[in-house]
Design a protein around this ligand. Structure first.
Ligand SMILES: CC(C)(COP(=O)(O)OP(=O)(O)OC[C@H]1O[C@@H](n2cnc3c(N)ncnc32)[C@H](O)[C@@H]1OP(=O)(O)O)[C@@H](O)C(=O)NCCC(=O)NCCS
Length: 151
């Protein structure tokens, strides 16, 4: 299937509803298999979009939102770093270069904003990790992620 023209635009709160639907569908699919109530997805995306330093882009096909990348700029020592918090492309449009296109827009904007580094958390040895590697990312040398479940 050819995707046709894709438009990438800054993400705004007007996109919250459509983005929440895409998010729920995307993360319900393999390999994530996550069950997100729509209200939780909307709250998560809304929190990210309202935070200080927020930057996001969404992609559209024939006016419909089909993917997005969201995160925030954060001061780090004497630099600005970007925490890429959520990224997804609707399952039926994956592997057609839309993710790469959104990262190109994001990186271009971040460079112009003086940002020096992007970081993100993703699943090890996953399709997503492969995607980020193809786009110039590498596993952090020193940093790791720690978690603790609470009773
Ligand atoms: C990861 C994701 C954002 C990439 O966007 P995309 O538009 O599919 O990616 P692109 O078409 O630009 O790049 C394709 C590359 O991504 C990876 N990839 C994406 N989807 C894949 C799939 N279903 N199967 C295998 N590899 C896949 C591969 O490395 C692929 O490269 P290849 O075709 O040369 O093997 C998108 O696939 C997605 O939303 N996946 C589910 C949610 C997710 O994992 N989000 C990131 C979590 S932090």
């Amino acid at each position: 299937m050819t995707v046709g023209p894709i438009e990438v635009k800054p993400f705004t709160v007007e996109h919250l509803g459509a983005a929440s639907n895409v998010f729920v569908r995307t993360f319900a699919a393999d390999p994530w298999n996550e069950v997100w109530p729509l209200t939780s997805a909307r709250r998560r995306i809304s929190n990210i979009a309202h935070a200080p330093g927020f930057v996001g882009f969404a992609s559209f096909r024939e006016g419909d939102l089909i993917g997005f990348v969201l995160g925030r700029l954060e001061p780090y020592c004497d630099e600005e770093h970007f925490h890429l918090q959520e990224m997804c492309v609707a399952p039926e449009f994956q592997r057609r270069g839309i993710g790469r296109l959104m990262l190109q827009h994001l990186h271009g904007y971040l460079v112009s904003a003086g940002c020096k580094q992007v970081y993100l958390i993703t699943a090890r040895e996953s399709r997503a990790e492969h995607f980020y590697t193809q786009n110039g990312y590498r596993p952090a040398q020193r940093a790791g992620v720690m978690v603790r479940r609470l009773a």
